[in-house]
Each structure stands twice: as structure tokens, then as C-alpha cells.
Design a protein around this ligand. Sequence first.
Ligand code: GRF
Length: 216
Amino acid sequence: MKKIRIGVLVSGRGSNLQAVIDNIEQGRLSAEVAVVISDQAEAFALERARKRHIPAVHISAAGHKGKREAYDGLLIEELRKHSVDLVILAGFMRIITKVLVQAYPNRIMNIHPALLPAFPGLHVQQAAIEQGVKFSGCTVHFVDEGVDTGPIIIQAAVPVLDSDTEDTLAARILVQEHKIFSRAIQLFAEGRLAVQGRRVVVSGGRAESGDFLINP
Ligand code: GRF
């Protein structure tokens, strides 16, 4: 199968990037990381890329205050230079504009540490605890012009425990993030994702099963 070329946008530690790299190396993902781009020079994610000899590029946002479209233009330039088929936002802490969304329609994926459409935005693990939900989880979705609003590809549910702190819940969710991001990318690589309005239909998706989740 043809390997798709991924461009990964990051701002921080890059554990999701690492999971993708590991899955590629272990033959579980028919993809190649073509470039990693960070808005933060010190992002550990850039280190992870360099270690694997993946092009690691810092594009500073300095001088682009209030000019988000112009910044996104620089991202597009770099992504095109590396002939990227799919863009993934793996802890990229900037809101992207329609300029980038329209350059890669239904070809940008984001990972979010909650079960969207509940808890969009930031500090969502703490919000889930305070709200008293019994499940949270993570979502991979295509990026549209809103924030955390695009069509949902895959979700993993994680129980919220009475003893949870923001950190323990985030860590439990992160384990699942590392699985479902690669799974979503693989489904894309296999050409199995079709966006129909707000829904993403997965061809050859799982059949109905008797598995349900109950907590506690
Ligand atoms: C993850 O929790 C992801 O869901 C969110 O930002 C965090 C990135 O973590 N969008 P990492 O940089 O991949 O370790």
C-alpha cells in the first residue's frame, strides 16, 4: 500500500507524535512523517523528530500577532514543500484559520482530550472532573473552521474515577490518544473515511457488538 505523507504540527512535548513514529516503525501505520513543524522553538517534539532524521522546522509566530492568516500561509508553504497528504495537529496550541483549512479540506485531523462535542477548548480534563461525568476520553476529528467542531472520526471512552485529579485523568486519556490517532490515520491511509455532513462514515467499520461501558 502507498504510504501517505503526514505533516505534524506541534507546540510541546510531542507524545502523540512519538506514538505515530513508533507505530510507523512497527509497521502498524502505512505512513511517513514528512515534516514536523512547531510554533515553539523549544518544543520537545522537534527533538523527537530530529532524533529520527525527520525534517523539524520552527516557524515563529513572532511578528504575526493579529495576522493569523499570514502565519498559516507560512505553514502551507512548508507543508507543500514536503508534499504532505494529511496534516495532523498533535498538541498544536494555535487556532488555525480558514486559509489552512481550505488548503487541506478534510485532510487535517486534530486530537482532543475529551469526548466532543462535550468539553471543547482548554483544561478539559479538569472541567470533566468538576462536571462529575463518569466517562471522558478523547476524540480525533477532521478540522473545520470552528474550534474542536469538525466531523468526528474516532473516540475512545475512559472512566473518570472519584480519586482522579486533572493529571491522573489526563494520563489515562493520553494512553488512548496514542492508540486512536494512529488508527484514524491508518483509516485515512486506507481510503476508508468518507465525510457526509457532520458524520464520518468508515467503510468496513465495526459491526454492532454487545459491548457497552458502564462506570462505576
Ligand atoms: C494532548 O492531550 C492532545 O489531546 C492535546 O494536546 C496534548 C498534546 O500532548 N491536543 P503531546 O504534545 O502529544 O504529548
